[in-house]
Design a binder for this molecule. Sequence first.
Ligand code: SF4
Length: 291
Amino acid sequence: MQYEGPIYRPPSEADSLLIQATVGCPHNRCTFCMVYKNGPPFKIRPVADIIADLNQASESCSPLVTTLFFPAGNTIAMKTEQLSMICRHAHSVFPHLQRITVYGSSQYIHQKGEQELRELAQAGLSRIHVGLESGDDVILQRVCKGTTRQQQIEAGRYVMEAGIELSMYVLLGIGGVERSFEHAQATAFALNAINPTYIRLRTFLPKIHTPMLEDVEAGVFQMLGPHGVLRETREFLTSLDVTSQLTSDHYTNYVNIFGQLPHDTPRMLKELDLALQRAEGSFRPVYIGTQ
Ligand code: SF4
């Protein structure tokens, strides 16, 4: 099997077969993201090569494969016909396959529209991970996300309407001290309009080779400390009106909270309040540009 460039996958895909359908990210401009800043440039692998990889994997582990993830920044940007073809082929060679997942940014999902997403659902694509990051248009523009809150809402609704599971990532702290409140409020507003299957929390860390690290080092961007992030999380959580599963399964978070919304909201708020009683020095260190 062929792999090129950094291979990233969400923690929930730890047990999945990873087959590369695309390389890099067609956007590659988010100022907080270091993944493909040093290349390789975006490309879509030939369908014949992807099918050859699926066939090779099926020869050695076909009965064991229940979940499949196509890694790289925006595999949803593949032509719908091609992505459908490889999803169908995967289901034909892995008889126990229960889930096929890709990463996709809202602008590429939006370009597809609801009808093409329905075609992908019929072909067996079952989950899309989307970096919402924020619902605040000022922040989205500052971090060069290449989309707007309205477009993210529409794209998210297309996915849900098509019957594909939607996992949306929120980047805590991405508004810094200046826009923490707006970030919490606007992000909850966007998610309330979408009601995705999953909401996943990550916390902003300035990574090497990123414009945001330069802003942090220059003092242009003032990062939230642990208590600031926890207060932002609290504000966000109390503003949510969804039935999503909330997960924060990541090393970047100061505390990880999990629960079914809205049922588990009071418990999660208590956990945040308990964490807020801890001294800031007791949390993970605030890494700045060391990785
Ligand atoms: S769309 Fe995703 S992979 Fe591409 S630059 Fe932005 S965060 Fe990174």
